[in-house]
Design a protein around this ligand. Structure first.
Ligand code: GLY
Ligand code: MN
Ligand code: MN
Length: 442
């Protein structure tokens, strides 16, 4: 496999970032874009800091995720500046001196104390669009997050540059490495916690770096959508395994889910296979001009077709959708934009001047309501679950006759199934970013 030329790709990415910033500043009526990297947050009544989370507006420019108290300064027509905080500190490991494919493009000023940034920021704070958290305030430089600037930049972030796609592919590769190790640990009968550790070990990342908390669920736990409790002892019998876990690469996330059956010739495996085949098809629907809301609705129909085939529901997929029965089995959205953030920004954006595209009625958890365009990357993550609370609602709402409850009982011990890939919209066919990483590691 050829290694991407990040150096060359980054130059184009930076040029795109400057163009976007030029327009955003013009819209907001500002002269400078100023972006603090963020600060450490401390636990209440304690001197322990939370894991540092870099300001996404900062890492959009720079592959720097571990340099708090630093600043990016961009003035149209000028070389961008980085105020790089590298303290004298013998308590902690301090950030390495700036290096990498970005350094040649910036004027870099090392600051040893956060306040040293003050002398290096543009002279008039009022002329700056400052994008950050309130806690990053330094003197007059308080983040103002002007709406027209934020709206424009977030909207543009939907269109991933080739550099970003290359980084996201690396995040897929890392995540898949973990998924392979996790599956092996499941097949060895390990506990959820031990599987999680196997995942982290293989990826080389833990809570501080992973893009979200791993969901590692055996048996019935697969029915808890965000199951993060991680049992310390292995169950007597591991029947099924759902893992939703990603990885980070220079600030870009992957978000991958796989489902497994211990008995690979049983009925639950057959159900997984049916969802897998349907998921691939759904991913192929990621095409320019297609409304993501429609993909979500189509996914309901497709998944209910599977439940009908398996005898779990007794009504047509369309009837299950109409009555809300399908939402009891598939109670989350089909997916979301992804990039610098797992749930990336602008999934509902009506335009680069703001506005929100509403979710379809009855689908409160969908996180993407836009029409797809080339350069967007979204997750496609259909699921089928056997969730007591939601199935009780089906009974209460008068739709008990739509479901074969004996079939539900047969599948309940397996929890649920979710399969999740990242898919890029191009000006032609959809490009699945996740599956090639699995194929390469087979
Ligand atoms: N892992 C969170 C999600 O799939 O959206
Ligand atoms: Mn997701
Ligand atoms: Mn996920």
């Amino acid at each position: 496999m050829t290694v991407p030329d990040f150096q060359a790709l980054y130059a184009d990415h930076l040029a795109a970032m400057k163009r976007r910033a030029d327009e955003a500043l013009a819209r907001g009526g500002f002269d400078h874009l100023v972006v603090p990297s963020g600060t450490l947050h401390y636990q209440l009544f304690d001197d322990r800091d939370y894991p540092y989370a870099v300001n996404p507006q900062f890492k959009a420019w720079l592959p720097l995720t571990r340099v708090p108290n630093s600043w990016l300064v961009y003035t149209p027509g000028q070389r961008p500046k980085v105020l790089f905080h590298q303290p004298f500190d013998y308590w902690h490991v301090v950030p390495d001196a700036p290096s990498g494919w970005w350094v040649e493009h910036f004027d870099i000023h090392i600051i040893r104390k956060p306040e040293e940034a003050l002398a290096l920021l543009p002279k008039t704070a009022a002329r700056c669009a400052i994008l950050g958290e309130a806690q990053s305030t330094l003197g007059d430089y308080a983040p103002n997050n002007p709406q027209p600037v934020v709206d424009y930049l977030e909207y543009q972030r939907s269109y991933k540059t080739p550099y970003e796609i290359a980084l996201m592919r690396e995040a897929q590769r890392l995540g898949v490495r973990g998924h392979r190790a996790a599956e092996a640990a499941f097949r060895e009968g390990k506990s959820e916690f031990a599987i999680h550790m196997a995942y982290c070990g293989a990826v080389g990342q833990d809570l501080g770096e992973l893009p979200y908390n791993n969901i590692v669920a055996l048996n019935e736990h697969g029915a808890v959508l965000h199951y993060t409790e991680l049992g310390r002892t292995a169950p007597a019998q591991s029947r099924s395994f759902l893992i939703d876990a990603g990885a980070s690469f220079h600030g870009y996330a992957s978000d991958i889910t796989r489902s497994y059956a211990a008995d690979t010739s049983g009925e639950f495996q057959a159900l997984i296979d049916a969802v897998d085949t349907a998921q691939i098809k759904m991913g192929e629907g990621v095409r320019a001009g297609t409304d993501y809301k429609q993909l979500h609705i189509d996914a309901h129909v497709s998944l209910m077709g599977i439940l009908k085939d398996f005898g779990v529901i007794k009504v047509s997929p369309e009837a299950a959708l109409e009555t809300g029965v399908s939402a009891a089995f598939f109670p989350h959205g089909l997916g979301h934009p992804i990039g610098l953030q797992v749930h990336d920004v602008a999934g509902f954006a009506e335009s680069d001047r703001g506005g929100k595209i509403a979710r379809p009625a009855g689908h409160p958890y969908l996180r993407m309501t836009r029409v797809l365009e080339p350069g967007m990357v979204v997750t496609i993550e259909p699921g089928l679950y056997f969730i007591d609370m939601l199935l009780d609602e089906v009974k209460k709402n008068g739709h008990a006759a739509s479901v074969d409850w004996a079939r539900v009982e047969a599948f309940r011990p397996y929890g649920g199934i979710r399969i999740e890939d990242e898919v890029m919209c191009t000006d032609g066919e959809a490009e699945n970013l996740t599956r090639p990483a699995f194929a390469a590691s087979a």
